[in-house]
Design a binder for this molecule. Structure first.
Ligand code: FES
Length: 369
């Protein structure tokens, strides 16, 4: 039912023969809307019209540039962790803010462009509208559709090549921006550095042939006498920035000397006396596991409750994790501090496709050190 019952509703044949503007005006009338002013803002093709089109297109171009910058930064920016004091630390610190600024810029410019399009190019209209209640009749739906398309016609988008092109460019780039976080990672080759690729190497790899000490979060190196039997301590590589190396956190555990311990095949000698070191990164999806229950010898991951048996090579005994926590081979250096004999010999954290394909991991730690 139309909003104004005093307006005569044309027959379907008459409706079919009406142009868009006529239908739009009819729709306005039926809704009790008086169009005081309605029509193009500028003479099509006039200097003012072209100026408005360029002004709107600039926003779309800007949006596309921001979007392309975000994609480029996501894929090519040197985003690997850099410790404080490193001359590349600024680049590392800028990565996330730049992603935010460029993505925000792309969306904001697209939004401003659409607003500018409505303000500068959409038909100029001054209308007074009467409201109605109830469902819309067929005639209302048709006239409303015609009104919308008439606005598009009067905006002259079809003949505005620059506007169509820049709007399409901005929309396309924003679409790409949405896809890049999902697919962008496939563009990078995570194995470009061969055996030194990031997924194979942690902060425990010897630095210039020197084995890495175990340190507390404040950098204090750790000696055996720092821990009582049944204690656990989270340690990090004793190198600059070691406490921030997210894949390198390790649980150093001192078992009681009367505890029976099963050692995984090939890992004999990786412990030092009653001291065992295991990755703190859960092999399920990477949460930090550090709830150690000395009574049962179990380590619990708080995220999904996986449990690992310290007395049995930290194999998972409950929960969704399927791989044992990787063990770090340890020893003491000449000054009596704990060191990692070598890096891990299996991937830390959650599984990934190439997990287990590193050739050097077939060697025992003592041989590879
Ligand atoms: S991340 Fe540890 S159980 Fe899921």
């Amino acid at each position: 039912m139309s909003g104004d019952s005093n307006v005569e509703v044309p027959s379907d044949e008459v409706l079919a023969s009406m142009g868009r503007e006529e239908l739009a005006r009819l729709g306005a009338k039926l809704d009790g809307v008086e169009l005081v002013e309605y029509g193009e803002r500028y003479e099509p093709g006039s200097p003012a019209d072209k100026h408005a089109e360029r002004a709107v297109s600039r926003w779309f171009v800007l949006s596309a540039l921001f979007g392309l910058a975000m994609i480029g930064i996501f894929i090519w920016w040197p985003a690997g962790y850099q410790p404080p004091g490193s001359d590349k630390q600024l680049m590392y610190a800028l990565y996330t803010p730049l992603l935010g600024v460029t993505l925000g810029g792309a969306i904001a410019c697209l939004g401003v462009g659409v607003i500018a399009l409505a303000k500068k190019l959409a038909p100029h209209e001054v209308a007074v509208q009467q409201r109605h209640i109830g469902m819309s009749a067929e005639v209302d739906r048709r006239t409303l559709g015609a009104e919308v398309f008439d606005v598009v016609d009067k905006t002259n988008i079809k003949r505005r090549g620059m506007l169509k092109g820049t709007l399409g460019l901005a929309g396309g780039v924003i679409g790409l921006v949405a896809i890049v976080p999902v697919l962008g990672g496939f563009i990078k080759n995570p194995w470009a550095k061969g055996a030194k690729s990031d997924l194979w190497v942690t902060g425990w790899a010897p630095v210039a042939g020197k084995k890495v000490r175990m340190a507390q979060i404040d950098g204090t190196p750790v000696r055996p006498e720092d821990m009582a039997a049944g204690a656990i301590m989270t340690v990090f590589p004793g190198v600059p920035g070691g406490a921030k190396m997210s894949d390198s956190a390790v649980m150093l555990i001192r078992l009681r000397s009367d505890e029976k311990v099963k050692i995984r095949d090939g890992q004999q000698g990786w412990e030092f006396g009653d001291y065992y070191a295991y990755s703190k990164i859960c092999t399920h999806v990477g949460c930090p596991t550090s709830l150690f229950e000395a009574q049962t010898g179990r380590i619990l991951c708080p995220c999904h409750q996986s449990q690992f048996d310290v007395n049995d090579g930290c194999k998972p005994v409950f929960g969704p994790a399927t791989r044992p926590l990787p063990q770090l081979p340890i020893a003491l250096d000449e000054e009596g501090y704990f060191i990692a004999v070598s890096d891990f010999h299996e991937a830390v954290g959650p599984g990934f496709w190439e997990n287990g394909k590193h050739p050097a991991w077939k060697a025992s730690p003592k041989e590879s050190s």
